[in-house]
Design a protein around this ligand. Structure first.
Ligand code: GUN
Length: 302
């Protein structure tokens, strides 16, 4: 059997079209334009590439968008002050500080300084708490896990009662996706197990999964024989394993590999996300979705 390939590119495109329509309507009916600032500290190549993608999409959707580049020796106090400026700027509805930050800056302090109503990353403890409670309380879901849920639901995979196994327990992916899929809600209602570096039988758990979500950051961690025939496999791993020259642009680009051996896994799984082109494009799209939501709340439209 060859798995159905779940294209994050296609699903992301579909959602972006829906969002663009919403943005045009908000502008016309309410004179509200979603505003997003992405703050980049330093020049980490991966971060530059992520932030460029976010800004490009914001432009395409006709947001008011600002790219705020700061030197990598900016002081923590200066960064906190900058965040405060955007917290108080009514034209900005969403604030994203690209992570990781240089070592001299305390990430927790920075995340906590963002107004929870403008925290379109969904990383502020208030929004993490809201997600745990679920239902109407949940406001901004973190972007990668929210994108994973959309991919699963829009590709027609049943979550209700499904055995979901999440590999990895990060605050950005593992913990929130586990919480999202166990909610009492459509597109959730799953039985969720989270495995991690200290789990006794990672393989045994993975083999039971109807939906296997791998976010460990270890290339090829999940072996093809760990996959239950017909399972839905979501590979969140984006591991830079080398460089090559792009055929399109002639420039050097990273060679990316997932946490799952895609070629072997696609012969066993029922559906699977590729790397790149799977979860990646969804993360940016869900950031746009959260920013539209934030603008609606601020404009009294929601
Ligand atoms: N670095 C890697 N992923 C993310 C993300 O989703 N948000 C932010 N702010 N930084 C990141």
């Amino acid at each position: 059997m060859t798995a159905k390939i779940i294209s994050g590119k296609d699903v992301a495109q579909e959602i972006r079209k829906e969002l663009h329509q919403e943005v045009l309507e908000m502008k016309e009916k309410h004179n509200v334009v979603p505003g997003l600032v992405t703050i980049l500290v330093g020049e980490n190549p991966a971060s530059v590439s992520y932030v460029t993608g976010k800004q490009k999409t914001a432009h395409e959707l006709e947001f008011h968008s600002i790219q705020d580049n700061q030197p990598d020796d900016i002081t923590e106090d200066a960064l906190l002050e900058l965040i405060d400026t955007y917290n108080n700027d009514p034209s900005i509805h969403g604030i994203l500080v690209q992570l990781p930050l240089p070592k001299h800056i305390n990430e927790k302090k920075v995340i906590n300084a963002i107004d929870p109503d403008k925290d379109v990353d969904g990383f502020h403890p208030v929004n993490v708490g809201r997600l745990m409670i679920g239902g109407d309380e949940a406001k901004y879901l973190p972007c990668t896990p929210a994108g994973i849920q959309e991919l699963i639901v829009r590709s027609g995979v049943q979550t209700e009662g499904a055995e979901v196994v999440v590999v990895g327990r990060s605050n950005i992916v593992g913990k929130p996706i586990a919480n999202i899929l166990l909610q009492k809600a459509d597109g959730a209602n799953a039985t969720v197990t989270v495995v991690h570096t200290r789990s006794k039988d990672m393989e045994g758990h993975c083999k039971r999964a109807d939906i296997l979500i791998v976010a460990a950051g270890v290339p090829g961690l999940v072996k093809p024989e760990w996959i239950k025939p017909g399972a839905c496999v979501i590979d969140v791993g984006v591991n830079r394993v080398g460089e090559k020259i792009s055929e399109k642009t002639g420039r050097k680009i990273a060679i990316l590999k997932g946490d799952v051996d895609f070629d072997a896994a696609k012969e066993i799984a029922g559906s699977i996300t590729p790397v790149p082109g799977g979860v990646g494009p969804m993360t940016i799209t869900m950031l746009m979705k959260n920013t539209v939501k934030a603008a609606k709340y601020a404009g009294g439209i929601a």
